[in-house]
Every structure is written in C-alpha cells, then in structure tokens.
Design a protein around this ligand. Structure first.
Ligand SMILES: [Mn+2]
Length: 331
C-alpha cells in the first residue's frame, strides 16, 4: 500500500493578515507541526503540497528558517508545485529566485515542474505524481493542457496536482475558473487542486477522484472562511483508492480568529462602491470601466474645473498606491 498526505495553500508569512485577530504565525506553526505529526502517525510515504506554500515569493529569511525547521522534521519527501503567491508576477519561470526555489535547492521540498514525474512505491504498488504550477493561462485555455497527464507504463495510479481554480459551482464572470465536471480524464486517478481556498466536497466518478480540501491557512474573512475548518487529505492506494479528510485539531473556529468588524466594514464599502458604480453607469455611456477613465468622462460631461479633476486623480493614485503596498490577500 502507498499512502500520501495532501495539504495546500499554507500561505506562510511573518505577519498576520488584516482579517486575523489571533497570533496567525503561531497558529500556522502549530498547524504545520500537526501536519508533520499526522504524516508520521499515518506512516505516509510522501506529503504533497498543492502550492502557495508561501504568501509571497520573497518572504524574509527569518520566517523561512522558522518554517523550514518544521518541514525538515518530515521523514518523507515533500512534493510541491508553485502557486501564484510563490512566484513573481504570476510567472512560473521566476520560481528559481523565490524562497520556494531556495527550499527546493536545499532539498526541503521537491518542486514538481511541468512534465516531471515523481514515483512513490511500496508493497508492489507504484504511484506516479505530477504537478502543474500556476501560470497566467491556467483556467483560460483547454483544461486538458493543464489538468490531464498520461499514466506511464508501470504506474498503477496517477496523481496530478494543479494550482488552478477548479470549482464545483461557477464563480462570477471575469474570474478564471474550470468546472470540475470538465476535469475527468481517463488516466488521472486522483486530481488534487489548491488555489480555491474554500475547497469543495469530494468529487468521485468511476473510481477516480477530484479533491480540494481547502486552504490550510484562512487569510481572508469571507463568510465561507468563517465557517470553514482547515483539513488535509489522506490517500491510500492498494487494489483501490481510499480517501479520508482529516481535520486539523489545533485549528481554532473561524469566528474566534477572523475579524468580523473588518468583514462588516468591507461589506459596507462594497455596497457603497456598488451603488457608486451604479450611479456612474446611470449617468452616461462610459467607454472605460477604469476609475480614471470614469473621472475623465464625468469631468468632460459636467464641465468640471481642471483643478478639481487633477485633485481627484491625485487622490486616486495615492489610494491605489496604498492598496498596492498592503499587498493582495486573495487566492
Ligand atoms: Mn492560495
């Protein structure tokens, strides 16, 4: 029997996201230590990580050291793929100059690159493991290009990891995603995905599985994150595949670690923004949807003073720079 443990979207960082009220870094340390413990207790042959090990490609050495010491305690290989947060500018070619690339060079993790196969074998069962890192065309081109692999001769099972937006319910237009029902491929026995932090219920068809247990870290306070409890997946391969979701026992409930007031403020802001956009749309036929285009057009239509317009532009630029500085806290 071959056993694998799957975890994804750990988003290791040295500071707490705005939406967390607890000691985020300490909590994450505890969760990863528990993952190591589970790997030992269940005697898995390898741990698989679905990407976004780090929250940024250039996380500080002190934080990397702190977490590398935990990951090093694993007595089995840790295979991973680069997520969008692990790399610069959503470009997987930059992974070698990221902290994830550094951990790969030191052998703390083993990065799976497109086309590369790792093997996990025990008791006459051979499992091939492949992975597709994040890249800008993911979920925008033929899903087979990223989510399908061929099973090698000699492989009893094929496991494929993708840091892509596979979902079982459609996301709003404009958010690149792929529906799981398009992702059943003959030779992929288990498809493991990350990126979509909410995860989805186990998908099962004809002995094959599509699995996303959700992110280990809760870095935003969407209502779905309030309810969600972090978990990992134990996979066992013998004459059939067994799948078990294991909760992370040390994880605190969302309502005790996520800041509700921030959520309420965000909802209020979103509502204000939506009504503002609606008012603006109602006022005219706008060619652009960028905020600066809208300011230009309103100023033109209403004959607004040039000075007022420049002041508006200046304030928008300052606000945008501040937002950029705070960094994304998305998928
Ligand atoms: Mn992520």
């Amino acid at each position: 029997m071959v056993s694998l443990l799957f975890v994804t979207d750990t988003h290791i960082r040295g500071t707490a996201p705005r939406s967390r009220v607890d000691d985020f870094v300490g909590a994450l340390r505890g969760k990863l230590a528990e993952v190591v413990e589970i790997a030992h207790r269940e005697q898995v042959d390898a741990v698989l990580h679905g990407g976004d090990l780090f929250d940024r490609p250039d996380i500080s050495p002190a934080v990397v050291r702190d977490f590398a010491r935990i990951l090093r305690q694993l007595e089995v290989p840790l295979y991973t793929i680069a997520g969008n947060h692990d790399i610069y500018g959503h470009n997987p070619d930059t992974v070698d100059r990221s902290m994830l690339g550094l951990l790969d060079a030191f052998g703390i993790v083993r990065l799976l690159r497109p086309g590369e196969r790792a093997w996990v074998r025990r008791d006459g069962v051979a499992v091939q493991v492949t992975g597709q890192p994040f890249h800008y065309d993911l979920d925008k081109r033929d899903p087979g290009d990223d989510y399908r692999v061929e099973k090698s001769d000699g492989a009893d099972y094929a496991v494929h990891m993708v840091h892509g937006m596979a979902v079982e319910r459609a996301l709003p237009e404009g958010v690149a995603h792929t529906m799981v029902n398009q992702l059943w491929f003959e030779e992929v026995d288990v498809l493991l995905t990350g990126h979509y932090h909410a995860g989805f219920p186990l998908q099962h068809r004809d002995g094959r599985y599509i699995i996303n247990p959700g992110a280990l870290a809760r870095i935003n306070n969407h209502p779905s994150e309030m309810k969600r409890m972090p978990q990992v997946v134990l996979l066992r391969f013998r004459n059939r595949i067994d799948v078990r979701f294991l909760p992370i026992a040390c994880a605190a409930p969302g309502k005790t670690v996520l800041d509700r007031s921030y959520l309420e403020k965000a909802a209020y802001r979103e509502e204000k923004m939506a009504s503002f956009v609606q008012e603006v749309r109602a006022a005219g036929e706008f060619k652009g949807i960028g905020i600066l285009d809208i300011v230009e057009e309103i100023a033109g239509m209403e004959g607004i003073d040039g000075e007022v317009k420049s002041e508006a532009m200046r304030r928008i630029a300052v606000a945008q720079e501040q937002l950029a500085g705070e960094g994304g806290e998305g998928e």
